[in-house]
Design a protein around this ligand. Sequence first.
Ligand code: GAL
Length: 674
Amino acid sequence: MAQRLRLEGLAYGGDYNPEQWPEEVWAEDVALMREAGVNLVSLGIFSWARLEPRPGEFDFGWLDRIIALLHEGGIRVDLATPTAAPPAWFQKAHPDVRPVTADGRVLGYGARQTYCPSSPEYAAAAARITRELVARYAGHPAVVLWHVHNEYGCHVARCYCERSAAAFRDWLRDRHKTVDALNEAWGTAFWGQRYDSFDEIDAPREAPTAVNPAQQLDFRRFSSDALLALYTAERDIIRAADPDVPVTTNFMAGLSDNLDYWSWAREVDLVATDHYLTAERADNQIGLALSADLTRSLAFGEPWLLMEHSTSAVNWQPRNIAKRPGEMARNSLAHVARGADGVMFFQWRASRAGAEKYHSAMLPHAGTDTRLWREVVDLGARLRELAPLRGSRVRAQVALVWDWESRWALELEYRPSVDLDFRERIDAYYERLWRAGITVDFVHPGADLSGYRLVVAPSMYVTRAAWAENLRAWVRSGGTLLTSYFTGIVDENDAVHPGGYPGALRDVLGVRAEEFLPLRRGETTTLVAPPRMDGAAAAPGTASRWAEDLALEGASAVLQHADGPAAGRPAVTRHAFGAGTAWYVATAPDTGTLDALLRAALADAGVHTPSGLPDGVERVRRVGADGRDREIVINHTLSDATVPGPEGPVSVPAGTVRVLASEPLESVGSPTDQ
Ligand code: GAL
């Protein structure tokens, strides 16, 4: 159960790095924060070298002073453990703490995150600074949240040094118990990889060719767990000393695939994430929405915190495109629409020096006489007006299955086609649902599905027997499942479910494929409704990427390939199973066909599809504890739009956001000049 932040209204603020500025600037910072309506700042994230300038020698004076100033100004603190930036003295004292890449390169320091996740020296030093920090600030009235580390795994997610290999062996002993069980699970009879003892096993370092896939998959799991153990160690130190203040760490949901956030999500008191747009993409609001929906799902529907995003350009993309007027507000309120109870930025004041000096901030280099600053102040005012949204929920009837194990396994070498891509298929389905105005949750394949009417599983390549049973039981009891190709193929060790594809779900889907028939680069096939059957889509459509030598075993064909390697074979099937229905989309249909298929599956599931939503307009409902629903309507386009409102049509000018209750609550944003 997420603990609530001791804050009034929605959180607003950002990373604050006062140590980059002379102390004279701090008073101005606090005054400007107040002007902007900032009520929360993340402090001390990279301050280890300032807090512990020499081993065991601590200097908290400056932090005392800035926390006191913030407190006097009524600004609350999200206090960070500084462990993402081990100091130079630490690196000099422990050279073997430096991470090693799969090809044996030892990484240096002078940036951040230079540490091996399995280093006992790092763990000890991180625990010591955490203990000192928490002993000093536990119970401080300004500290309402603890921020452990920063973006675990962002730069170094996996280390291949000797100590990591030893920790991996311990992890394997724990998971597989005996070396015989490991040999069986990994299929080491192949290529003569049999191990006689755990001691013979190495990290999956770069080898002449593909390293055993089950070994690689276990190494991904181990690496996520190794970082998680570092997080929980710090969290437990904090909890023991300051039990009433929630502890979090910032995820990168939807951006990074390094950590299995389903297991991490159980360990935080409040889910927080960072999100950065792919700035060059014109439709980047869809990736933003996906990240927000995924974060809400990681929070199991509870409100969450947007810990970082950018007011304008970042500094690390090939072309750092600046946000245009109104875009920061649209982005911020899109996160709020999807369940965020706060909007924070990297960072408060733009740095003059260092690697991120060209990253935008709430207070830009050009100061307060700027369009950006005025928009920051406006956004603070808008968020104050939207305080009643706090604690309200977003409800979805449709769920998309998301699983990091499938993603990791699909990234391994030697798959049937390079076009098999976890994220590509998820995005393809998510985008069509977003454009249809359907709000989705993401679910783990083993999750309780009883609250959903339609479950879409575009890329559930790894399907443990228990997960298949979870879906089977849910469809049997009346659920509607829509899966895409290369789902249900392997177990947790990347071993194929035998008997024909998609092994684990054949009975539910009522189909069986003998062979995969991936298409050539750029090749398409024509999709048609089979003779004498009702097509769900207006035929003909086109398909790309994938086909299968598919036979019906109880299902009916909705569409079939008219040409190509699977000519005459079903491409989309529908199967009545128990009280439910299971769709199988055995190819990548064009968007019009995909829309029609989704409409048909939504109809099977009894999900109402909103009408009257212009393309590029986003509309999400938050359901208040007070029984009052509020809808956030965001016009991402350059044209004014009209949407159906509770009391007739409501206009949403180009580039603006409106919040509707029984009547429009207020209007925010400004016309965009994009
Ligand atoms: C995040 C990180 C921040 C800052 C930001 C820049 O990944 O947590 O410290 O580097 O990116 O966009």
